[in-house]
Design a protein around this ligand. Structure first.
Ligand code: SAM
Ligand code: CA
Length: 246
């Protein structure tokens, strides 16, 4: 049988016995596709529904020297869908940069929803704030400037354990595991933790030459065997691992 053949289940005319028929020319894939530029453009053309202020913020961020730190627009839309699917009211973001992911999440939150956005940089986040304002969601975003670890510890000591519905982790890669352990305390049962960059430009599949790659590889291995969560590594953007607290 050809590699790309798929099997079709069909009922035997004489009874309930099943047999299989190959489709030798099926243009389907049993593994995640490689996305070239043409297919990526197509994907955006037929599915992206970007709020005009997200489009504008993305254009501003594209001129920034660290523009590649921003998530992709289809990932922002996917995260917004997750927020709505999970009925998220309380969210936390670790790593805000110019505020594109925060704006994506905040737009998807209900009116009384809240996003605590953590970053160490006044300078980066100042780029996003006017966009949050103009989009009418500034009141939903509580920006905490300072090391995210301290902000998470403060939330825990203020009694927020088990109260958060959704957390997006997208800051310093070497600290992901420590963020994870705190986030597991903060997130409610059934809540979702999303880790960005878990495919790390493909470097995770090869022998690691640097600390960030090693940290992400170790985290991926740990999550794979972690019985506290349900797990999926979604190959969107640079890899987005979803962990649902059991
Ligand atoms: N989520 C953002 C987006 O999609 O536009 C991108 C975040 S960027 C990859 C990482 C951010 O983490 C940077 O803005 C950086 O200032 C911040 N950061 C780095 N170390 C941090 C720390 N220890 N605590 C809080 N934020 C930190
Ligand atoms: Ca990222």
């Amino acid at each position: 049988m050809k590699d790309n053949a798929i099997l079709r289940r069909a009922t035997d005319p004489e009874g309930s016995r099943l047999h299989f028929q190959p489709f030798p020319n099926a243009t389907m894939s049993t593994r995640t596709l490689q996305i070239d530029d043409a297919l990526y453009d197509y994907l955006l053309n037929v599915s992206l529904r970007e709020h005009p202020l997200l489009t504008e913020l993305r254009a501003v961020t594209a001129k920034h020297v660290y523009s590649q730190m921003q998530i992709s627009p289809e990932q922002g839309q996917f995260m917004a869908l997750l927020v709505r699917l999970c009925g998220v009211r309380r969210a936390v973001e670790i790593g805000t940069f110019t505020g594109y992911s925060a704006l994506s999440v905040a737009l998807a939150l209900p009116e009384d929803g809240k996003l605590i956005a953590c970053d160490i940089s006044e300078e980066f986040t100042a780029i996003g704030r006017p966009f949050w304002q103009r989009a009418g969601v500034a009141g939903k975003i509580d920006l905490r400037i300072g090391p995210a670890m301290a902000t998470l510890d403060k939330l825990l000591s203020a009694g927020s354990a088990g109260e958060v519905d959704f957390i997006f982790i997208d800051a310093d890669k070497g600290a992901y595991d420590e963020y994870y352990e705190r986030c597991l305390q903060l997130i409610r049962q059934g809540g979702l933790i999303a880790f960005d960059n878990t495919l790390w430009g493909g470097k995770v599949a090869h022998a690691a030459a640097d600390d960030d790659t090693r940290a992400i590889q170790a985290l991926n291995r740990k999550l794979h065997g972690d019985e506290r969560i349900d797990l999926s590594l979604v190959p969107i953007g640079d890899g987005l691992t979803l962990a649902r607290k059991r």
